[in-house]
Design a protein around this ligand. Structure first.
Ligand SMILES: Nc1ncnc2c1ncn2[C@@H]1O[C@H](COP(=O)(O)OP(=O)(O)OP(=O)(O)O)[C@@H](O)[C@H]1O
Ligand SMILES: [Mg+2]
Length: 244
């Protein structure tokens, strides 16, 4: 698998980002710079705008105003081709596990023998070797999520967006996915991930973006945000209280 030099870590920045629907501001992020090595974790209550922000960062939705840049250049097709996203509910093809992997590798134009070796390597990484021939639609939730992440990693992205990838998983499936994410991050893949799991943020995050009401209320070093949050909204969210 490709190793990226530290200087290749992608800097993602946002300026003047606004999305409104029917007169309601859903997202209002004047500035956000994700310029550390990551992983970056986005936290905040339901409806805070985390998924919307993630979709904007990946260029899946165009904001009403403002822009997203990667390494100082407005997000373009080439950037997007090197990014991958894993959704909370994995979207898998009605084919075998191996065929799901093969589908994305084929689109990369890889030779059959290279694809076979790569599929074996990736399935082993996700503990899915024994499931290669099984229909992807018959996988358990945790297995399906692992496959979705492996498929995203198969594209050798330089940036991986994940929206609550472990929210429905048991502790051991969660641990396996966290290991995969950390390995990818160590290889130099830029990870930006939404989670509600504060323990997970503690385990994985280098920096944390705390959101509420469509705004970024705090962004900083993970330990600092978790142990000494600067905003009332962060304090209440981390204390498990109601944020209104
Ligand atoms: N297409 C849309 N039209 C109208 N409102 C929308 C649309 N998409 C999102 N919203 C609203 O924007 C707000 C932010 O949604 P978003 O999905 O980003 O929340 P979230 O922080 O990811 O929440 P959760 O933790 O529940 O996943 C919500 O109030 C949602 O209802
Ligand atoms: Mg969401």
């Amino acid at each position: 698998m490709r190793d990226l030099a530290p200087e290749m870590i992608r800097c993602i920045s946002v300026s003047g980002l606004q999305i409104s629907k029917n007169g309601t501001a859903l997202l209002n992020v004047p500035r956000l710079n994700l310029d550390g090595p990551g992983p970056t974790m986005i936290l905040g209550p339901n409806g805070a705008g985390k998924s919307l922000l993630l979709r904007c960062l990946h260029g899946l939705i165009a904001p009403d105003t403002g822009r997203v840049e990667q390494d100082g250049v407005p997000l373009n097709k080439d950037h997007k081709a090197r990014q991958a996203m894993v959704f909370q509910k994995p979207v898998l093809l009605r084919r075998s596990v191996a065929a799901n992997m093969d589908f994305v590798l084929k689109r990369r134009g890889l030779q059959r023998t290279v694809r076979k070796a790569r599929i074996a390597e990736l399935l082993a990484e996700g503990g899915l070797e024994s499931k290669a021939r099984q229909s992807a639609r018959s996988l358990s939730g945790g297995e399906a999520q692992r496959l979705a992440i492996l498929r995203a990693l198969a594209l050798d992205p330089d940036t991986l967006f994940l929206d609550e990838p472990t929210s429905a998983l048991d502790p051991s499936a969660t641990q396996m996915i966290e290991r995969m994410i950390l390995r990818a991050s160590t290889r130099g893949v830029r990870i930006v991930m939404v989670t509600h799991d504060i323990g997970q943020a503690r385990r994985l995050a280098a920096d944390i973006v705390m959101m509420q009401g469509g705004r970024v209320v705090e962004h900083g070093d993970a330990r600092q945000v978790l142990d000494a949050p600067q905003s009332d909204a962060s304090r209440r969210y981390l204390a498990g209280g109601l944020v209104t």
